[in-house]
Design a protein around this ligand. Structure first.
Ligand code: SAM
Length: 318
């Protein structure tokens, strides 16, 4: 079961939502500890179409090659093998359960590093990664600007960031609103929290947030237009994915799909992590953690971060 640390609502229009830091101190977390999300939602949920459409979007947006990629909210590693051109991949997730499932799926390989941490407190030195992805995660985030700032900080100059978000301005929501079967207005820029810690976002607000985090938007794809039970039953899977592949380009003009993928780029200037530096203490920021085998120790504040079952754990110190 997913648990919610607390609830949160965006209460302000576009500009206020962009600048507000009121809720950023301790944003609530949608906790997937103990969740069977991968098997229940993907494997038993008949979502081969959505998965195939996302695979195509990722192929189009993620760089073909690279050194070090950060997968934020990696879950059970459903997408990790799609980043095959990267030498090393860091799978970060708040949930140990999800990371253990990812380990079972991906096996042991020096290419993968598993990190339990909160996207609002990333345990990496600045300028470390040459790419990052965050797929199907931001809809759980109540403080989007804080999360984007954290991701931006750990990226190198010119790094690519691929982000997926749930689009409130989608055809189904527009239809339901016009027929008065849905109270919230899909054209309103405010996020809608349709269930606790589940947000749909307006593309204009998301683009604004991404730019405010000092990214340049390079591309945008509209994904999963045909997410309807009847269509999925009637139309062969390959056709539906092929149609989606053709329709994805509409995202560049006016995305009306339930899912939107954005490729953003970090600016040219900025920090590059010094050789040999990797983790930082999330409590005090020290980037000189001492590796003691079963834990990392911070020489500045004395906090100790566990390394258990090949998972670096930065959720709480020992
Ligand atoms: C819907 S799942 C998506 C998993 C994967 N990206 C995929 O597309 O299959 C959302 C994931 O985000 C993680 N998550 C949610 N809030 C987080 C946070 N604040 N920090 C890190 N991970 C978080 C959850 O633990 C969960 O594994």
């Amino acid at each position: 079961m997913m648990r919610f640390a607390s609830t949160f609502r965006f209460a302000s229009p576009l500009r206020d939502a962009v600048t507000s830091t009121r809720f950023d101190d301790r944003p609530p977390i949608c906790d997937y500890e103990g969740s069977a999300y991968q098997s229940e939602f993907w494997e038993k949920g008949e979502r081969e179409y959505e998965d195939g459409a996302e695979a195509i979007a990722l192929k189009r947006l993620v760089p073909r090659r690279g050194e070090l990629l950060l997968e934020v909210g990696a879950g059970a590693g459903r997408n990790t093998s799609r980043y095959a051109g990267f030498e090393r991949i860091v799978l970060l997730d708040y949930s140990h359960t999800q990371l253990r499932q990812a380990q079972a799926r991906l096996g042991w390989s020096g290419r993968y590093l598993f990190v339990a941490a909160d996207v609002y407190r990333l345990p990496f030195v600045a300028g470390l990664f040459d790419a990052a992805t965050m797929i199907r995660v931001i809809h759980h985030l109540a403080a989007v600007p804080s999360a984007l700032a954290q991701i931006r900080a750990v990226l190198r100059p010119h790094a690519t960031f691929v982000l997926e978000f749930a689009n409130k301005q989608n055809l189904k929501a527009i239809g339901r609103w016009l027929l008065r079967r849905q109270a919230w207005n899909p054209f309103d820029v405010q996020p809608v929290e349709f269930a606790a810690l589940n947000f749909d976002f307006h593309p204009a607000l998301m683009r604004q947030w991404v730019r405010d985090a000092d990214f340049t938007i390079r591309d945008q794809l509209a994904v999963s237009y045909f997410r309807l039970g009847l269509l999925k039953r009637l139309v062969p899977l390959g056709w539906l994915i092929g149609l989606d592949a053709r329709a994805q380009w509409t995202g560049r003009l006016f995305p009306l799909s339930p899912s939107v993928f954005v490729r953003a780029q970090a600016p040219g200037g900025g920090k590059v992590a010094p050789p040999g530096k990797f983790f930082r203490c999330t409590a005090c920021g020290c980037d000189d953690l001492k590796d003691n085998g079963d834990h990392l120790e911070c020489p500045e504040c004395g906090r100790r971060w566990a390394v258990r079952d090949r998972i670096y754990d930065f959720k709480e110190p020992l």
